[in-house]
Design a protein around this ligand. Structure first.
Ligand code: ADP
Length: 189
């Protein structure tokens, strides 16, 4: 049996950090499948699938969707990944429970080099960007709630990877192209 080493990127960063945009660019450059849990959830909500119906209320309030739904979703997404080059996770994990579940799942991916990257952006810049973006869940009140949820539930995920010595930090408060270059340098290294 021949094994190719493929790439897995776990993309962390607060709402508005630009990880969706960068993930899309990296996915195109390296032919990775871009697995965005936010996009999958929004699509499921529009299509009124069982997942969408269960998730809708949480997404609309800026709350996290319950872990169990996300665990099933990510399990399926990684199983169905058909890009031999690898994948990029955008929006997962967002809780420590999700992170440790992912660790277990990744044991099956021994031929994949996994990078954990956090895109860092100051809070005032995040607020400004999110207010400009104007997605349906981007009203001032819901944005505030999403940032609060990020600090309470997702920031511990950074500590989780930091303490394993796996966290790469990239400054996301720069020109889009500069950020892309830094990310590519990291992955090429
Ligand atoms: P943003 O671009 O603001 O980071 P996303 O598109 O990644 O937002 O996610 C939008 C919403 O989808 C979140 O506010 C949350 O309700 C839900 N969601 C996405 N990923 C997860 C996850 N891993 N765990 C729980 N909820 C999630």
């Amino acid at each position: 049996m021949t094994h190719h080493c493929s790439t897995g990127i776990i993309f962390l960063g607060p709402p508005g950090s630009g990880k969706g945009t960068q993930a899309q660019l990296l996915a195109e450059s390296y032919e990775l499948s871009h697995i965005s849990t936010g996009d999958i959830l929004r699509r499921s909500i529009v299509e009124k699938t069982p997942l969408g119906l269960q998730a809708q209320n949480y997404v609309e309030r800026g709350e996290l969707v319950p872990d169990q739904l996300l665990l099933d979703l990510i399990n399926e997404a990684l199983q169905n990944n058909n890009s031999p080059s690898g994948w990029i996770l955008d929006g997962f994990p967002r809780t420590v429970v999700q992170a440790s579940f992912l660790d277990e799942l990744l044991k099956k991916f021994s031929q994949t080099s996994v990078y954990v990257v956090n895109l860092e952006v100051p809070e005032d810049v995040l607020l400004e960007r999110l207010l400009l973006r104007g997605r349906q869940d981007d009203t001032a009140e819901i944005i505030r709630r999403r940032l609060e949820v990020y600090h309470n539930q997702t920031a511990p995920v950074l500590d989780y990877y930091q303490s394993k010595g796996e966290l790469h930090r990239v400054n996301g408060d720069r020109q889009l192209e500069e950020i892309t270059s830094s990310l590519k340098e990291l992955i090429a290294a």
